[in-house]
Design a protein around this ligand. Structure first.
Ligand code: CS2
Ligand code: MG
Length: 403
């Protein structure tokens, strides 16, 4: 049996920080897992270095489930983004090892392909509606079947989702959190105008998505959802902070716009009430922050009972290791919805050579055994860690708000 002989975390910053776990076995096979938690990368590194890796040495790398249960139940202090990102990294690396030893791409170990490819959505954004719609046209021309629309709010700098760079968006932009100002009323006026312009320009064959990014109160989210109904959004994401799962009842009472939530969830317990009460339509939990492939399959299995589909988070702060693992999961899971695909920079792709590829609006994980991704440690060493935090948001009177 492939015994775990060594494991280490590799931190690299090719434009943004990534934490990668590499596990080596007595068979000479290694696996990789993404452990990146935007703005708290070193916390997950320490959790792995100090509290997980010592417990892995000598274990049978094939025991993916037992090791998952050991790390989850054995922690005593269960759940939370740091713990579950660490467990996720171990899980991804063990599935990678299992696939490599079996000589199969991981999706074949998960039940095989349930579809030809994984529909992805890109991020069209701009300071103005015109710029955003023009960016969406570019995605449509590139073959995307789904595009997220985010535009600037007149009078406000640094609106969420509007990137400084045309193609790449990285919100963790400073050594200490950037302070941004927010007001919901002008935002709620501009988004329906954005969707009206987008439908006018792009037609009805393309899926249009929007991320509210936790900014609205439940009644405001109900209002925005209703205002967007004529434009048939694919989903309205994170309409309100989801700690209060009952808030989604109120939103549901006011709008049929599909709701997506969960990129900051880290276990099935965060999702259970929303799914069982059919208060959401898509669950956004990711392989990296929600306990890996093993746990994400459990979340998707519960969601499938209630007609809820997956819509995994796939921002640039999730490394190509996470994207590769997500694609194996996406290709096989029966209740797949859509996969977020914020392209990484060429620098990042060089550090993480991978087999996944894009064609005709779909990503495919490729046929390489395991996850089909690796970390080039020499390239990674070129980019030392650089502290960076996500912004914070305040209302115009200075009140802290949700970023
Ligand atoms: C966003 C992310 O991609 C999304 O849907 O919510 O950009 C999110 O802001 C970042 O991943 C946070 O690190
Ligand atoms: Mg989001």
């Amino acid at each position: 049996m492939p015994k775990i002989t060594a494991a280490r975390t590799i931190v690299t910053c090719p434009g943004r920080n990534f934490v990668t776990l590499k596990i080596e076995t007595s068979d000479g096979v290694h696996g990789v897992g993404d452990a990146t938690l935007n703005g708290r990368e070193l916390s997950v590194k320490s959790y792995l270095d100090d509290h997980v890796i010592p417990c892995l040495i000598g274990r049978d790398a094939h025991q993916v489930e037992d090791i998952w249960q050991y790390l989850y139940k054995g922690a005593y202090w269960r759940r939370g983004p740091v713990t579950m990102s660490a467990i996720a990294a171990v899980d991804m690396a063990l599935w990678d090892i299992k696939g490599k030893i079996a000589g199969l791409p991981v999706y074949q170990l998960l039940g095989g392909a349930s579809r030809a490819g994984v529909m992805v959505y890109g991020h069209a954004n701009g300071e103005t509606i015109e710029d955003t719609v023009a960016a969406a046209r570019d995605y449509q021309a590139a073959g995307y079947k789904a595009v997220r629309l985010q535009t600037g709010v007149p009078g406000f700098k640094g609106t969420y989702g509007v990137s400084k760079d045309k193609l790449f968006y990285e919100p963790a932009d400073a050594d200490l959190p950037t302070e941004t100002t927010w007001a919901s009323e002008p935002y709620m006026r501009v988004v329906p105008e954005l969707f009206a312009g987008a439908r006018e320009a792009l037609g009805w064959e393309i899926h249009l998505l929007h991320d509210v990014h936790h900014r609205l109160k439940p009644i405001e989210a109900g209002r925005l959802g209703k205002d967007l109904e004529p434009y048939r959004p694919f989903w309205m994401e994170d309409p309100t902070p989801a700690e209060n799962q009952d808030a989604f009842r109120l939103i549901r009472q006011h709008t049929t716009t599909p709701l997506a939530v969960g990129e900051i969830f880290n276990s099935i317990w965060d999702c259970k009430g929303l799914i069982e009460n059919q208060l959401v339509d898509y669950i956004r939990a990711t392989v990296t922050h929600a306990g890996g492939i093993t746990h994400l399959r459990r979340i998707a299995g519960l969601a499938d009972l209630y007609g809820v589909r997956t819509g995994c988070h796939g921002a640039t702060d999730l490394s190509p290791v996470s994207m590769a693992a997500a694609l194996h999961f996406d290709l096989s899971v029966p209740n797949f919805g859509v996969q977020e695909y914020m392209r990484h920079t060429a620098e990042t792709d060089a550090v993480f050579p991978h087999a996944y590829s894009f064609e005709g609006g779909l990503l495919h994980p490729g046929e390489a055994p395991g996850l089909g991704v690796d970390i080039d440690e020499a390239a990674a060493a070129e980019f030392p860690y650089r502290r960076a935090y996500l912004p914070v948001a305040r209302l115009q009177d200075g009140t802290m708000h949700d970023w």
